[in-house]
Design a protein. Sequence first.
Length: 404
Amino acid sequence: MQPTFELSSTSRECSARTGVLRTAHGSIETPCFVPVGTQASLKSLSSEEIRASGTQLLFVNTYHLHLRPGEETIKALGGVHTFMHHDGPLISDSGGFQAFSLGLGLEHGVGKIADIFPDEEKRTINFAKTAKSLVHVDPDGVTFRSHVDGRKLRLTPESSIRIQEALGTDIALALDECTSPLSPKSYVREALLRTTRWAGRSLEAHKSKRQLLFGIIQGGHYRDLREKACRTIGSLPFDGFAVGGDFGRSKREMVRITALVMNSIPRDKPRHILGIGEIDDIFRIVENGADSFDCVMPSRLGRMGHILHKSKIKDQRSTISFTYDITKKVFSKDSKPLDEACLCWVCQTYSRAYMHHLFRTRELLGYRLATYHNVSFLNTLVGDIRRAIRNNSFIKLRNSWLDS
């Protein structure tokens, strides 16, 4: 198969664009939101529900599937698509983010949704409450101490590619080193050199003709290092590129970094933003030319009873939130759907009062229904964004959501 990416339209208002990415398991319309199904499972949802939610592309994770049940088991059972009964496109992480989350992420106490941008949290890192790294990075690869059973395992660019090819995902990522917003520039520079070397080794190791391979643009929040990554990794013959790592200490820095990278890597290849997916973030990165983006936010918040909806609510920090907490008593007798404008089957069937009851009694059905709604909600929003880009009304849509 000769994979292709075609640009369909470009906004006259900004750098937003639509396109089609063709994979072995189907075409993906971009911009595209990518839910995260780390263990070959989007928590609480069946593969049928994942498809019904409008999901075009789903993330699975190399590190976690290597640990359990193992890529050879999955391969013997027909590959990850057959294993999880999912016939749509799948993308696999390289294990690079786990090198961060189980390494510097633990040491620095950053990496969760609320902790990505330390400056915006107005917090001081309490190193007494951070944890010891489970990771050792060297020039050749990464050694992990398993968070499951403590055994050692090794990932190199070559073994990461071998695992992803055994899984049989449609898109694989080259092994990279993700740094922390708190890492000194000297370390970020060393990590970028490793990531660049590993990118070349990943390309050499990759043999699958049915699997796309994306390179990772790192460099932290340092302009010169990001520019260097765009020149070096952006010049390599990857099928697409993902932008990862440290996006700075605030959302303003994130926008600056993504704009810089989008303007500096090949325009004719798909561009994915790793780990970004809150509603205001989506509008900003799409405005700068992102084609796809993943985030655990809708499923994680759904399991906590936080419901996505269009009406904006100011929280204690006077920031805008597009969620509300269904566990609050105010919803105990509310007959309205989760979101009155949402057409998902959850909103067409169940009331806020019933959802409140499910969460207050810790019924598992509540987690499933809230997750489905949240994922469907974001997929519907991104579908609206695609139409707005084609109609040159993206800025109007953005403003109607963000009041810019």
